[in-house]
Design a protein around this ligand. Structure first.
Ligand code: G1P
Length: 885
């Protein structure tokens, strides 16, 4: 049977034949921090953090392992063993029909066997518990009675993921399982750490509902399996075995499982038996009734609340095209940034690295979605994040547990990812555009401070402070405005140029894999982005000036970054940079000077324009294979892209288009070349690069990856979606749509992508979706849909409508709508296109709210609304364009 996916516009979906695909996993989680993954075979782990894995840590290939499964076995008519994992010998010979029904965030598997069916509903309650709940309903579907013996077994890891290889057996000796009324709870004596062991306070457990008639508890895994048995066919299930564990017993020193054997029961025709299994963890050795005694009624209530809460949380953005699958797919992308806030870039089966945190750029980019979905929290989050910026424009790379907590990298020499300084500006700009809160720019925040200076190239020998906050030479804490932070982050790179006058690549840029060109490498791609950041920053300053702000206070030493150094003189720029680094590394006075806003604005604009011009004029390639931009220089100072050899990078094009380095004509050539060299719908669209067929040790580790995987030439969603965004931004809506449409279509073809709805990090060479859920591309999909496709933009408090919807995106009645937050209002914008006009053919006719036509004034691609919007629905009528706008 082929696998079939049916996705609804609210995001709920059904997959029939879900058992025909491996590696499908689904996130079960809550904001309290319970992080689980579950597959149709009940594999996947459950954890709270790196040191608190309730179930065995499972990387993608471990999903095959029976030790990584939550299991309920049924001995049927005392003749064969059947299990909810589908893995028994009986099920291999007579496979179940398996269907998944999923919604935010509940996972329901229905398994149909010859004589019965079993439904397994699973979710993590949306509340403040570390808990996973499963309801198992086993129904006799024949007209004859069936005898069954249900046996629950959930192997419990109850320790750190590090102990998977590091003293796994020794840490089992700490186990201390207590037999409760309907529970088995492990409170290990120690948590293992050879630098100094700590008494363990955490408690890990499994319980079954009171209607589960426990005949025997089987806390020790090896006893449960039995000598000669296996987890596919445990003797405890197959045979009638005895043990004498009783309530109150404490069992110690072995690998544990939460196993409960039910008395044998007879199910009459059409009769069913159901019970609840709870898997949980506590921070203190005290479990409460909510964990150990969940009956069916409580299960149902918690499940309803969970569904409702997730629906509420996602209700601040709703997109309705003429295609329910696309609506549903976008709904899943709106959940993904939330998932990355919870899981970090670790803790789902593909993400078998990291310890739960995420990096600087991910921190900022996930905020893009937060601004669009949950703006109330976002000001504080952004504000706190700025405390990670160093006064030299680099930033802390170790991000702490608490929001806004940044830690010093005390052991290793920390690195500079040269793109890091560019993201806070993009996020802050979106925040101000969407909220009108320009005062945020003038709010003061501290700077991060540790032993590193000169973009981490030098170390302060005398650094002894335990505080990571920058102080002046007078020993008072220094704070500068957010604007000052942004200007430093974007001006320092301006001076940090390599021999071709592009910004130095340092230890890598957005592409983590370009990590071996630290001496002579340059990132032309990010030269463009920093260029447009400087120009946009300058526009912000002009706007501030329009609001009556004439001067800004900045650190005295900041003036060094504003000097007029010959833009073509690479050495002079480096000298200026080192003057700034040397000055601030000696300690700052803390003295502030007031600068004229307009003068600073002009200065930034000039610098920004120089960067764009530098790329436009010096990095454009024309060759036998087409025309496009060079994106990088390697460590031998050679261009990476080559239009004669057909070597092309997508990143090199994306930021040139986004920033305006690329002219309109150049953009058209890039689109043609990308279609020719990078477009491959069998892997979801535009690849990150062509095959260089060379292990380029002068560029980075990615050239050691097999071609077509991850950062070496896969369709890497984050960059591809940013390509779409850039194209839309420049008015190339059809080309932009093609990028997202191809990813969407490929993802939705479940037999090809082999993932559930949503956008994965990339597709592998065979088209399989990889690293699904936790990817920064989801934020960019949402951003592009809201601000470009539907064109709902803001500008310092004004609302601008610049739709770039294509004809086919309207439904049969000519309607396409978006409900989104802008200026703290949740508004549904309904575009009405009765004549079925395509992008390029229409213009905005009227904007109506509360039966009144709102006042507007034209902008480049649409209109700015100049009157107040008094209702939560706005109709925008489109009409045929009469002349070119
Ligand atoms: C991942 C990282 C991101 C990095 C990118 C390319 O992308 O999270 O920081 O820039 O790889 O190396 P993502 O998983 O967010 O799509």
């Amino acid at each position: 049977m082929k696998t079939k996916l049916n996705l609804n516009s609210d995001g709920s979906f059904r997959v029939t034949g879900v058992n025909n695909l491996n590696y499908l996993y689904f996130p079960l989680t809550n904001h309290y921090g319970m992080k689980s993954a579950i597959t149709p075979k009940m594999s996947g782990d459950a954890k709270v953090d790196q040191d608190g894995f309730i179930l065995l840590p499972t990387s993608i290939e471990d999903l095959h392992s029976s030790l990584a499964q939550r299991n309920v076995y049924f001995r049927v008519n005392d003749s064969y063993t059947w299990s909810i994992t589908g893995n028994t010998a009986y099920q291999t010979l007579q496979p179940d029909q398996v269907t998944l029904d999923a919604r935010f965030l509940c996972h329901t598997i229905t398994r149909k066997s010859n004589d019965f069916e079993c439904v397994i509903e699973s979710f993590v309650p949306y509340d403040n518990y570390y808990q996973e709940l499963h309801k198992i309903t086993f129904k006799n579907t024949t007209d004859k009675p069936i005898d069954i013996k249900p046996v629950v077994s959930v192997p419990i890891h109850s320790r750190s993921a590090d102990n998977l290889r590091d003293h796994r057996h020794v840490t089992a000796l700490f186990n201390r399982f207590e037999v409760g009324k309907n529970s088995l709870i492990n409170t290990p004596t120690f948590s293992f750490d050879e630098r100094g062991h700590n008494l363990n306070k955490r408690q890990y457990g499994v319980s079954v509902s009171a209607n589960f008639k426990v005949k025997h508890f089987w806390p020790i895994l090896e006893e449960f399996v039995g000598e000669g048995g296996s987890l596919l066919d445990p003797l405890t299930v197959r045979e009638n075995r005895l043990n004498d564990y009783k309530i109150g017993d404490v069992v110690t020193g072995y690998e544990m499982t939460g196993a409960f054997e039910h008395h044998e029961v007879t199910l009459l025709p059409q009769e069913s038996l159901s019970f609840v299994v709870s898997i949980f963890m506590n921070e203190t050795p005290q479990s409460d009734e909510r964990q150990t005694n969940v009956d069916e009624a409580l299960f149902d209530t918690l499940k309803d609340t969970t569904i409702q809460k997730w629906d509420d949380e996602l209700s601040s953005l709703k997109i309705t095209f003429g295609n329910k699958e696309l609506d549903g797919w976008i709904k899943w992308t709106t959940l993904q940034p939330i998932l990355r806030r919870i899981y970090g870039c670790s803790f789902l089966p593909h993400h078998d690295y990291g310890r739960g945190g995420k990096g600087w750029r991910d921190l900022w980019q996930d905020c893009l979605a937060l601004i669009l979905m949950n703006p109330t929290e976002v000001r504080t989050v952004l504000y706190n994040n700025f405390s990670g910026v160093r006064i030299d424009g680099s930033n802390a790379t170790i991000i702490g547990e608490k929001p806004g907590e940044f830690l010093a990298d005390r052991n290793s020499i920390s690195r500079v990812w040269m793109d890091h300084g560019s993201w806070p500006f993009l996020t802050t700009k979106l925040y101000i555009d969407k909220s009108g809160d320009y005062n945020f720019l003038l709010t003061e925040q501290k700077y991060f401070h540790d032993k590193f200076t000169h973009y981490t190239k030098k170390v302060r020998k005398d650094f002894s402070s335990t505080s990571n906050i920058l102080s002046t030479t007078e020993d008072t804490v220094y704070s500068g405005t957010i604007l000052e932070h942004l200007m430093i982050q974007n001006l320092v790179p301006y001076y940090n140029v390599g021999e071709h006058n592009n910004l130095r690549l340092e230890d890598a840029d957005w592409n983590d894999g370009l990590d071996m060109a630290g001496d002579r490498g340059e990132s032309v791609a990010f030269t463009s982005l920093y260029g447009s950041n400087l120009i946009e920053l300058s526009n912000m300053l002009f706007n501030l000036h329009n609001f009556g702000i004439n001067t800004i206070d900045v650190l005295e030493e900041f003036n060094i970054l504003l000097q007029d150094v010959d833009a073509q003189d690479v050495d002079a720029k480096q000298r200026q940079l080192h003057l700034y680094f040397d000055t601030i590394s000696k300690g700052i006075t803390g003295k502030k000077v007031a600068l004229d806003v307009v003068e600073v604005a002009r200065n930034l604009k000039q610098k920004g324009e120089h960067l764009l011009q530098q790329v436009r004029e010096n990095e454009w390639l024309e060759g036998t294979h087409g025309s496009w931009f060079n994106g990088y220089y390697d460590d031998d100072a050679n261009q990476l892209d080559d239009a004669n050899k057909g070597h092309m990078t997508l990143t090199g094009q994306v930021f040139a288009i986004y920033s305006g380095s690329a002219t309109e004509e150049q953009t058209k050539s890039i689109i043609d070349s990308a279609d020719k060299h990078l477009y491959d719908p069998s892997v979801g669209g535009y690849r990150l690069n062509t095959n260089f067929n060379e292990i380029k040790t002068n560029m980075g580790r990615l050239f050691g990856f097999a071609y077509g995987h991850k950062e070496n030439g896969a369709m890497f969603s984050h960059m591809a979606v940013m390509y779409a965004h850039a194209l839309y931004k420049r008015g190339f809506a059809h080309a932009g749509n093609k990028v997202i449409e191809t990813i969407f279509k490929h993802s939705m073809n479940i037999n090809q992508s082999k993932i559930y709805p949503g956008i994965p990090e990339y597709f592998d060479p065979k088209g399989r979706g990889m690293y699904n859920y936790l990817t920064g591309s989801a934020s960019w999909v949402i951003l592009t849909e809201v601000t470009e496709v539907f064109g709902i933009k803001g500008n310092f408090g004004a609302i601008i409508l610049e739709p770039k919807l294509l004809k086919y995106q309207f439904n049969k009645d000519g309607i396409a709508s978006i409900k989104t937050l802008i200026m703290n209002q949740l508004i549904e914008f309904i575009y009405v296109n009765p004549d079925g006009l395509d992008y390029g053919e229409y213009t905005i006719d009227t904007v109506i709210s509360n039966n009144e036509t709102l006042k507007t004034r034209p902008t480049k691609y649409g209109v700015e609304i100049t009157s107040n919007i008094a209702s939560d629905t706005v109709y925008i009528h489109l009409k045929k364009k009469t002349k070119e706008v």
